[in-house]
Design a protein around this ligand. Structure first.
Ligand SMILES: Cc1cc2nc3c(=O)[nH]c(=O)nc-3n(C[C@H](O)[C@H](O)[C@H](O)COP(=O)(O)OP(=O)(O)OC[C@H]3O[C@@H](n4cnc5c(N)ncnc54)[C@H](O)[C@@H]3O)c2cc1C
Length: 565
């Protein structure tokens, strides 16, 4: 058994920011199923928000305005006390990253440059060309190495140990050797990222399985607002790799098969810079009504920006187009379609990143504090990782420091280790007839088609039934490869069980919510219904599926009003 005062699961921006903070007080280690620099934060392109007022068009920006845009963008489901903390510390966190060495793009007079993003009243997105997440993650990792934080790489956490309401640590499998290990800790922080790969057509990497959310859910921690899944308007056809909103921020057009900038028919004032839920639905409507190309995409046209601007501000997405589509956006429009992109819901926690399980904290995309409500504004999630990563590290380390070493919890850890070992042995020995790859493909397809951009009662009922069927079939899977070393078949299929349970929480929450709010657009109930649905959905795990309950949204300054752009 290994022991650290604080264990952080996740080597992305949230996890590493939490670890840097916790390490100020406690012996801290990070467990990650991939090398930290392969965490999905590395792929964030467009930028990070803070109301610095550096762009001449945004000099009147303020904390108040950024907070209001965030709450309005969330369709008033965000908790406003959490938004206050979130936006209130945004400038400090961004300047901190600057001081730690993040090479932000600059204005002519040397300040951090800021570009427009969807749903924002001012250009407030700070960026490093179109590789913002990449440089932030590298900077953070170097700092973590400098502070001697211990990293356990290629360890996949499969169980969170709940010992009568207190968190004692995690059980993880070494991807390299297949051995299980009990990692005991006084406090555990999850920064395990989003659940994008529950869906087909996703901008997320294949590692974004939501396994951290599932592990917390199984340990008795509720998941909040899981039905709110963001669909990004612009991913390239085929691979669904993201074309950042920064491309529209720099002036890119969306064009249908008649050559029209169709956003004028949906949000004439904001055009391409309306929030993502609105732009994604508008694109899908154009395609559904026959104004797309080949009935599946529209064009993102950057040609008028000119070569110099594309090379300076959007070099990464140009590379992606060259490599994955064989076209150069300098002279050819980019074929794009909406794709799953972000998980607004997640592990339920308060503004201190505390959960109902004592000593267990969460931050970043796996968590739901909630600051994004039913729709996240672009540029706000990189910010979330560093604001709430710091808070989680701070609260977890102060909690761990305050405990006297009692040695309690060893028995619970040993029991959990034994149970997980037995589970894995059963899985490896299984000779069932079901192919897990087929189950995964069917799951992703039913989620995208039936609980996707446009939703309706019958398809969602079918999705819930299908997910339940897949859960039964999962019990009869067998694995092709039975060895222990680098058994990725085993690791991926351990995660598949979690994906199925998360999908059920998403679909059940969506089916119950008889209104439209943010990313949840219900054809049968196209209006927002504050009288009945201004509330968070909580899903608690039971062996028969999610048990849904509801909790209050914190409203302080901004009274809900119709969301118009
Ligand atoms: C293509 C793309 C572009 C984006 N661009 C932007 C942008 O420009 N601006 C913005 O604000 N947001 C952007 N986002 C969103 C933002 O990048 C993410 O929300 C954020 O980076 C998530 O960070 P994280 O630290 O929470 O998780 P991640 O970076 O996903 O890290 C998760 C970590 O957890 C580990 N992990 C997961 N499960 C386990 C397990 N079971 N055991 C052990 N380790 C585990 C992984 O190994 C990884 O280290 C973008 C997202 C995508 C997909």
């Amino acid at each position: 058994m290994k022991y650290h005062q604080v264990i952080v699961v996740g080597g992305g921006l949230a996890g590493m920011r939490a670890a840097l903070e916790a390490a100020k007080l406690c012996d801290t280690a990070v467990i990650s199923k991939v090398h930290p620099l392969r965490s999905h934060s590395v792929s964030a392109q467009g930028g990070i928000n803070a109301p610095l007022g550096n762009n001449p068009e945004g000099k009147d920006d303020s904390v108040e305005r950024h907070s209001f845009d965030t709450v309005k963008g969330s369709d008033f489901l965000a908790d406003q006390d959490a938004v206050d903390v979130f936006i209130g510390s945004s400038a400090d966190r961004v300047y901190e990253m600057e001081h730690w060495g993040v090479p932000f793009s600059r204005t002519e007079d040397g300040r951090i440059a800021q570009r427009p993003f969807g749903g924002a009243g001012f250009p407030r997105t700070c960026y490093c060309a179109d590789t913002t997440g990449h440089v932030m993650l590298h900077c953070m990792y170097e700092r973590a190495i400098r502070h001697d934080i211990k990293f356990y790489e290629e360890w996949q956490v499969i169980c969170l140990v709940n010992d009568g309401g207190a968190c004692r640590g995690v059980i993880a499998i070494s991807i390299i050797t297949g051995e299980l290990e009990a990692f005991m800790a006084d406090a555990v922080i999850f920064g395990t990222g989003g659940a994008g790969r529950t869906y087909g057509k996703s901008t997320n990497a294949i590692i974004n399985t939501g396994s951290g959310m599932a592990v917390a859910y199984w340990a008795g921690v509720p998941l909040k607002d899981m039905e709110f899944i963001q669909f990004h308007p612009t991913s390239i056809i085929g691979t669904n790799i993201l074309m950042t909103e920064g491309a529209r921020g720099e002036g890119g057009y969306l064009v249908n098969n008649r050559g029209e900038r169709f956003m004028k028919n949906y949000t004439p004032k904001f055009m391409e810079l309306a929030p993502r839920d609105i732009v994604a639905r508008s694109i899908q409507t154009e395609i559904n009504e026959g104004r797309g190309f080949e009935n599946q995409h529209v064009h993102l046209d950057l040609r008028h920006l000119g070569k110099a601007k594309i090379m300076e501000r959007l070099p990464g997405i140009r590379d992606i187009c060259l490599h994955f589509l064989g076209i150069d956006p300098i002279d050819t429009p980019i074929p794009i379609q909406p794709a799953q992109h972000y998980t607004m819901g997640g592990i339920d926690c308060n503004i201190n990143c505390e959960t109902v399980l004592k000593g267990f904290y969460a931050a970043g995309e796996c968590a739901c504090v909630s600051v994004h409500g039913s729709n996240r504004l672009g540029g706000n999630s990189l910010l979330e990782t560093i604001v709430f990563g710091k808070i989680a590290g701070d609260f977890a380390s102060r909690y761990a420091k305050g405990l006297s070493a009692t040695g309690q919890g060893k028995a619970a850890m040993k029991k959990a280790l034994k149970e997980q070992e037995e589970k894995i042995n059963r899985l490896l020995a299984s000779t069932g007839s079901e192919n897990p790859a087929k189950i995964r493909a069917e799951l992703k397809s039913v989620m995208f088609e039936n609980v996707g951009i446009f939703r309706d009662t019958k398809p969602m009922q079918e999705a819930v039934a299908k997910v339940r069927e897949l859960r039964e079939r999962y019990k009869k899977i067998s694995l092709d490869f039975k060895g222990r070393r680098y058994n990725l078949d085993l690791c991926r299929n351990l995660e598949l069980e979690g994906k199925i349970d998360l999908a059920e929480a998403i679909a059940a929450g969506a089916l119950a919510r008889t209104e439209s709010r943010g990313s949840h657009f219900h054809l049968g109930y196209p209006k927002r219904d504050d009288d009945n649905w201004l509330k968070h959905t909580m899903a608690t795990h039971t062996k028969d599926g999610p048990k849904l309950s509801y909790s209050t949204v914190t409203i302080t300054k901004y009274k809900p009003e119709e969301r118009k752009y």
